[in-house]
Design a protein around this ligand. Structure first.
Ligand code: ADQ
Length: 504
């Protein structure tokens, strides 16, 4: 979509930004200070995107604006909420935003996670848009915009890069305060088509779109999500000029460019973790225990979230073992399911339901020497996850909708022995990005049960061929390529904007 005549690499970034600083804006912070048993401790969020953005920030003199969520965050920041990070070797500024428990309840748990999250994942029965939560969401977004504007200073030409759906109103609010800034945003979850987006009450729906149109560039994982966004703008804001072919919205004197940038993982890091001596030891133990004498080990790894299709997965397994008693001792399913957002009743209920269903299935089919499902309901360190992925014969991702799904990519990176099959929901961004997985529809329980059986029966040479291809492709599309792609597009869009402004 973006053709770069002069690709920017991570190394070039400070040069490309010139005298502009990067101000990153996200809900989660990269370093959290907490009161621990031995005084104040620093915590890093486990894995994922925040830790990939930290090296980017370390390269510049920028500022990261985020919610100060740690119990000792106020004790370690100055009166404006600023603290130099990384704590052991300060390279950039973390500017913390203070949220009350009521703010967290309304802005984060209620509007972001109980209205926007289910809406974007097209799961209507979880969708609860509360007016008071919306008002607080708006207010908190304004606070984020104020902090960015303050960090940037008057007449700033800094670049702001906003992350995700918690902060949809920040771009427009920031543009009002600092029109000279270049603002872009990465949207980590799907964006629904207009028929679904219209479930959002009118005023909120248009305000959210207008908030996002404060960006100069808006990034999604896939072209489908980008086009859904443009279609929503076309329908709900008919006065605006949407250019579907050019993937942009024309707003009088400026353009908002929209594009697809499939996110990835630090592939080399995962490959190394999975090849480490401790991973070997754990992997060998797992295989000896669960995958010897013709048995197979299947895994799934997710946060416990209704978008991930965990109940559908369990129903499919139940059906498969019911219909095919011969498969009963052939596969052990290891389900790693970390509780998440437990403050929201729907999530707590899902945790309980998952545990209950696993107990029921195990009670139905277990034998003295075989337990069908092992449930690990906790956070597992990345090196252990890599060992589990490597040891597995099958990884099942059954999301009902998923922006990308990094677990699929972590599994591929860890599969040094090329024995595993990736069974992947067709409703993930990853399904559009990865060739070589077996695609399934998690709403179709019959089909999913058949898919698991077919995957278990897949011959070794086909497994190897598929995995080899996926691994080669993944090495060419790491999180650093994603970052390069985004930065490149930002720099091209920024140059186009500068040229247009120079003509005016
Ligand atoms: P998530 O919905 O969190 O991310 P995903 O992309 O799969 O989904 O990332 C989950 C991460 O958490 C992975 O790195 C995984 O290893 C880790 N994880 C999951 N369970 C774990 C456990 N039990 N212990 C330890 N780690 C665990 C959102 C979107 C996705 C999008 C990402 C990135 O919903 O669609 O891919 O952001 O943009």
């Amino acid at each position: 979509m973006f053709v770069a005549s002069n690709p920017v690499t991570m190394r070039d970034l400070p040069y490309q930004l010139g005298d502009r600083r990067l101000i990153l804006v996200s809900n989660r912070e990269p370093y959290e200070h907490v009161h621990g048993a031995h005084g104040i401790e620093v915590r890093r969020p486990p894995g994922g995107v925040v830790s990939a953005l930290d090296p980017l920030m370390r390269r510049g003199r920028g500022v990261w604006v985020a919610w100060g969520s740690g119990s000792a965050d106020r004790d370690t920041a100055d009166e404006r909420g600023r603290v130099a990070v990384p704590p052991e070797d300060p390279r950039y500024t973390l500017r913390r935003i203070w949220l009350s428990s009521d703010d967290v309840d309304c802005y984060y748990e209620s509007f972001a996670n109980s209205a926007l999250w289910p809406l974007c994942h097209m799961l209507a029965h979880h969708f609860e848009p509360r007016t008071d939560a919306w008002e607080r969401y708006r207010e908190v977004n304004e606070r984020f915009a104020d902090a960015v504007a303050e960090e940037a200073g008057e007449k700033s030409r800094d670049v702001a890069w906003v992350q995700d759906y918690h902060l949809a109103l920040v771009p427009a609010a920031l543009r009002e305060r600092r029109p000279g800034m270049f603002i872009h945003q990465f949207w980590h979850i799907p964006f629904p088509p207009p028929d679904f987006y219209r479930l959002m009450p009118g005023g909120m729906a248009t305000a959210l779109l207008r908030g996002l149109l404060g960006n100069d560039l808006l990034e999604f994982h896939t072209e489908r999500y980008a086009r859904n966004f443009l279609a929503c703008v076309g329908e709900l804001l008919p006065d605006l000029d949407v250019d579907m072919e050019g993937m942009r919205v024309r707003l009088g004197d400026r353009d908002v460019k929209v594009g697809a940038f499939p996110i990835s993982i630090d592939v080399e890091h995962f490959e190394k973790l999975a090849d480490d001596a401790s991973a070997w030891t754990l992997g060998a133990k797992l295989r000896q225990r669960y995958a010897s004498n013709g048995r197979q080990l299947a895994v799934s790894v997710d946060r416990v979230d209704y978008t991930k299709g965990i109940p559908q997965r369990l129903r499919a397994l139940d059906l498969m073992w019911k219909r095919h008693p011969e498969l009963r001792k052939c596969v052990t399913f290891l389900i790693v399911a970390t509780p998440s957002r437990s403050g929201i009743p729907a999530y707590k209920k899902l945790e309980d339901d998952v545990a209950e269903t696993v107990r029921g299935i195990n009670a139905r089919y277990r034998t003295p020497d075989w337990t069908p499902i092992l449930l690990i309901a906790e956070n597992v360190a990345a090196d252990r996850l890599a060992a589990i992925y490597r040891a597995a014969d099958l990884c099942l991702v059954s999301s009902l909708q998923d922006g990308m799904n990094l677990v699929a990519k972590e599994f591929i990176a860890s599969q040094h022995d090329e024995r595993g099959v990736l069974l992947l929901s067709r409703f993930t961004g990853a399904a559009e990005d990865i060739e070589g997985a077996m695609l399934v529809n998690p709403f179709n329980i019959d089909g999913l049960a058949d898919g698991i059986r077919t995957a278990l029966e897949m011959p070794q040479d086909e497994r190897k061929a598929r995995m080899r291809r996926m691994r080669a492709d993944l090495r060419r599309a790491t999180i650093f390529d994603w970052l390069d792609g985004v930065m490149n597009a930002a720099s091209i869009t920024q140059a186009a904007r500068a040229a247009r402004e120079a003509r005016v």
